[in-house]
Structures are given as C-alpha cells and as structure tokens.
Design a protein around this ligand. Structure first.
Ligand SMILES: [Zn+2]
Length: 601
C-alpha cells in the first residue's frame, strides 16, 4: 500500500472554510430530554491518533466532527456536524430552501435554528430531497411549513419505503453494528462512521414530494432560484439526482461524490448498487455541469472549491468506481471468485494517493465482493460451496474434528501470536457457535475483534468489529430506535405495500392449513382490496372480481394500521361474514421482530 498523503492538508482547510458559527454545546435533545445527538462527545479526536485507531480513519473523524454553519458560496450555506448528513440552505427571494433535512426532526430543527441565528429568521420556502435514504428526509418535520413545495426525483416514495420498511428490522439491527451508535465514543471505541460521525436517534418522518423531477435537463425555479437537474438513478440510491445552481455556479452532488470510497453494498444490507452506472453518471455530471460551476458540495462531508479541482475530483471518483467494476469483471471472467478478487485488486497509484478515494465507508474489499454478487450471486460455482452446513452445525463438526474446544482455542492462540487474526477469528467463531457458553472463546474472540477494529481504515468495519466484541462480552442489548416503526413511513405505504408488509410477517408453517379470503373496503380511499391466505402466503388483488368471500371488512386506512398494531379490535370494525377469518389471519402473523443475535448462535 502507498504511504498515506498526510502532507496534503487541503481537506482541513476546506472543512473549516466559511465557518460562520458553531453550535455550543453541540448537543441536541428530544422533547423528553433524551440526547439524540452529541457531537461534543468527539472532542477526544483533537488529540494525536492513539494505538487504538487507524491514523487514516482518525483523520477522517477529525474532519467529520467539525460542526457549525458554513458559507459555501454567496447565498448557499451548510450546517455540518449535527447529524451524519449535512443540511444545505439556499437563500431565495423570500426565504430559504432546505436541501436534505437530516435524519431526525430534532437535529433538523437545531440546524435551522443555527442558520437563523446568523442569517436572520428566514422562512423555509421549499424542501429538496436529493435521494431516498432516511438521512436525507427523516428530519423534514423539523423544517417543514404547510404548503411549501417538496421536491424529489421520480420514484422517490417507492424507493424510500422499499429500502426502509420491507427489510427494515434486519437492516436496523445490522445498522446498529455499522454505525456503532450505541458503542461508547472514545479513542478505543466509536470514532466515527467514515461518512459522518454517527446517526442521530430522534424522531423520523416523511412528507411526500409535491414536485417531481423526471428528466435530466429539467429546470425548476424555487423561491426565485434556478435549479437544473441531472437524474442519477441506480447510483448511490435507486432514486437520486445531482443539480446545479447556474446563477451561483454551485453544484450539489447529492451523495454521488463524497470524500470517501462509497458503498456498492452497504454492510447493513441493501440491494447491490451498480458501479458501472455510478461511473457513467459521474462522467455525465462533468460533461453537463463541469463548465458552469466553481464549487461542489454534497450531503455528506465538506465542499470543494475551484472548477479544475472539482473536475479532477469528480474524474477520480468516476475512475474509482469504473476501475473497481472493470477489474472485478476482468478477473471474474478469468474464474476468480469475489473473495479472491478482493485480495488481488490494487488501486492505481494516483487514486491511492488521494484522500477522497479511501475506503472509510465502502471498502475495496467489500465493494469487489458486491460487484461479484451483482453479476453472479452468492454461489462461487464450486460445488463444495453449494450445500454447506449452516454456522452452528458446521461449528459443532469443526470443533469435534479438531478434538474439542480447548484444542481449537489453543490453535487460535497460535494464529493470534503469529499475527493472522483473520484465521483466528474463523477458528474462535466456530467455538462460539458450537457452544455459546464458552467464556474463554468469547473473551478471546472479543479481544481479536477489538484489535481488528482498531486497525481498520474503514469506519463501518471498525464499528462492526467493536460492536461484535461488545456483544460477545455483554450480550445483545435492545435496539434504541425503530426506524421501520416510524409512523410517517408506515403511513406512506400504499395499501398494496401495507399488505406486502403483512405478508412478510405471515408465519408460513403456522398458516399452511389456513385458507381464507377477505375483502377490505376502504371508505376513506374509496377502494377495495382482496387478500387470500393460501399455502402460507398472503395473495393480494387490488381489482377483485365479484366472488363469495369469507369476510368483508369495511374500514379506514387508519383502522387497518390500528388493527395491525393491536390498537383496534376486530369487533370494533364493520364486518359482514365470518369474523373468525380475520382472527385466524391475525393469529398467523409473527410479532414485530426485535434484536437478534449476530456474533452468537
Ligand atoms: Zn446519506
């Protein structure tokens, strides 16, 4: 690996440029007094990098922990360091346009208040969501005023809901590992997440867009400010857009170019992103907007000034994703598997020598595997991998084949002493999965995870290792926040999506023998929906033919939500037919899931 370019301190200049005022103290509370954001907890990053952190990630933490209101260019401001994402404020004729209102209502309100403290009490005249990830819309209630336009790219609501609701419980649990939000912050603990410091934990909402951007080149004038859009579907998010403020020569890069190698597959889990398309759109951005801007900013990290610098930066970001894509495919077509390619790929020296291409959030290792997964899937083609025992069953057999847990632990200690922590993890993980009460193995594995976390340049790898270590020592703690349960997200679901979310809670085996058909007549939506439970699946029909059904339920959408949450009883609804059908359906639904074990069986 090339030596890190510590002599290049331009990022620190850029991250401090235009500072107008800090928030002091930089701590945000919920109405009940709970702390939902504490940037001051990162004050320890002012010190030199300790042995318990990778110097490159430590540096990234120092940059991401800068907080305050900053001027980007004339009439454009950013509040940074009040959440994992940035809020950008663009002053118009009458008030101010908000781009990306952070994750939580509380942090968004605090960011707007910080802006107003220095720029006057301007009214919010529009909201723009750059893309459909929760850290770019969740705090909208902290800035929204009734009736103002809310702007997003075509398909926004579907993308926002699909990513956050269907797989929400699994993603939330894994996000706890990824962001380390519950880990203690400190030199040996959580020092950031690479993309920002961590996620705020306040209340999440979603207000549907009222102005839809449908094509590249579309222009809108909001509060007197001209904005020219570029659609970038399938890049960092299925629905995302970059846009230019031509009158101010300023370019918003959404989350398509930030000061790190981003994720092609975020470790919390998601549908794999397309590196090829990502590079394609970055190239298009340079063509479309390159001549007309003097500054670029994004919804994470700090801006960059100077047309030539920005074009070089965007070109390198483009080359980063293109190189990973093309080289992975080249080696894949020679028969190498994702795990192998991840060890083989070396990045070009020019890219390695820039800071913004480093893997603080995505990594070359897991992105290469993601590209492999996108094209070829989980199976590496070797029949030995086709029908493996699951972890616990394999673990019991490994431990037995070695001659018992104490032998495996001794072998693992040998690999630790020899510096091969990766194989020590493999061995110790088998011991823990064979017998989770083996305290010696748990403690030893936790120690190895600490060391791996402290060495990681990637913030999310560090958090995964340290969270794993914490749970090996102290067990699984309850989740602090339920993203999937956020009322706005649930109420943003269409009736079809709502029943989809019911369908994925049907406990298949318990429902094998139930067959029932229910018509749902929604008085408020003026529509009818039929669900049929058959062979353990809930089939939907939004345009059912006349037929005899077991039960017809007449209700409102709100009553359905109440019914699913257990707040509305069956006998409170207007029904015709056999009400036991509804009770039978409810009885085969699994309760909403909570925390599940990850580093133990
Ligand atoms: Zn984001």
């Amino acid at each position: 690996m090339t030596a890190l370019p510590f002599h290049d301190t331009t990022d620190f200049d850029d991250a401090a440029r235009g500072l107008i005022g800090k928030m002091e103290p930089c701590v945000v509370h919920a109405a009940d007094g709970r702390v939902v954001w504490d940037n001051d907890a990162y004050a320890f990053l002012d010190a030199d990098c300790p042995d318990t952190a990778n110097p490159s990630l430590w540096r990234q933490g120092q940059l991401c922990a800068q907080q305050g209101l900053f001027e980007v260019t004339d009439g454009i401001y950013q509040v940074r360091g009040l959440d994992i994402s940035n809020m950008t404020l663009v002053e118009g004729d009458e008030g101010v346009i908000v781009i990306d209102p952070l994750i939580s209502k509380e942090t968004a309100a605090a960011a707007l208040a910080l802006y107003r403290k220095h720029r006057g009490n301007r009214l919010v005249t529009a909201v723009i969501y750059t893309h459909a990830h929760g850290d770019h819309f969740g705090g909208v209630h902290g800035v929204y005023r009734d009736g103002i336009p809310v702007v997003a790219a075509h398909g926004f609501m579907e993308a926002a809901v699909a990513e956050n609701v269907y797989a929400g419980p699994a993603m939330n649990r894994r996000a706890e590992y990824m962001y380390g939000a519950t880990l203690p912050k400190g030199p040996a603990g959580q020092i950031g997440a690479g993309l920002g410091q961590t996620t705020s934990t306040g209340s999440i909402g979603l207000i549907p867009p009222t102005v839809e951007i449908t094509g590249t080149g579309q222009e809108e004038r909001l509060d007197g400010v001209l904005i020219r859009f570029q659609m970038t579907p399938g890049t960092e998010c299925p629905v995302e857009m970059n846009f230019l403020f031509p009158e101010r020569r300023a370019l918003c890069m959404a989350e398509n170019a930030t000061h790190n190698l981003h994720n092609l597959l975020t470790l919390r889990g998601a549908v794999v992103r397309d590196a090829r398309i990502w590079a394609h759109y970055l190239n298009e951005t340079i063509d479309l907007f390159g001549p007309d801007m003097d500054v670029a900013f994004a919804s994470h990290h700090w801006p960059m000034w100077g047309r030539e610098r920005v074009v070089e930066y965007l070109s390198q970001q483009r080359d980063l994703y293109a190189y990973l894509h093309d080289q992975t495919l080249r080696l894949m077509n020679q028969g190498y598997t994702g795990t192998e390619i991840a060890e083989m790929i070396e990045m070009p020296p020019v890219l390695e020598a820039a800071w913004h291409t480093h893997g603080y959030y995505g990594s070359v290792s897991h992105n290469v595997k993601a590209i492999y997964q996108r094209y070829l899937g989980w199976f590496d083609g070797n029949p030995a991998s086709l029908w493996k025992h699951p972890p616990e069953a394999a673990a019991v057999r490994y431990v037995d084949a070695f001659g018992g847990a104490s032998v495996v632990i001794a072998k693992a200690q040998g690999f630790i002493d020899g510096g091969d922590l990766r194989f020590a993890v493999e061995l110790l993980n088998h011991v823990v999965f064979a017998d989770e009460t083996n305290t010696e193995a748990r403690q030893l594995l936790a120690g190895v995870y600490d060391t791996l976390g402290w060495g990681a340049e990637n913030g999310t790898w560090r958090n995964f290792y340290l969270q794993g270590a914490a749970e090996l020592r102290d067990g699984v703690q309850p989740l602090p926040m339920e993203l999937a349960g956020a009322p706005d997200l649930v109420s943003a679901l269409s009736v079809g999506q709502l029943f989809d979310s019911v369908a994925i809670r049907v406990n298949g085996p318990r429902a094998w023998d139930s067959h029932l058909t229910i018509d749902w007549v929604f008085t408020d939506l003026r529509l009818m929906h039929r669900t049929e439970l058959t062979n353990g699946v809930l089939i939907q029909d939004d345009d059912p033919a006349r037929a005899s059904v077991d039960l017809t339920v007449t209700l409102t959408r709100r009553q359905l939500l109440g019914l699913l949450a257990g707040a509305v009883r069956v006998d409170e609804l207007t029904t015709a037919g056999d009400t036991t059908a509804l009770r039978r359906l409810l009885s085969v639904l699994d309760p909403p899931p909570g925390s599940f074990p990850i580093v133990t069986p």
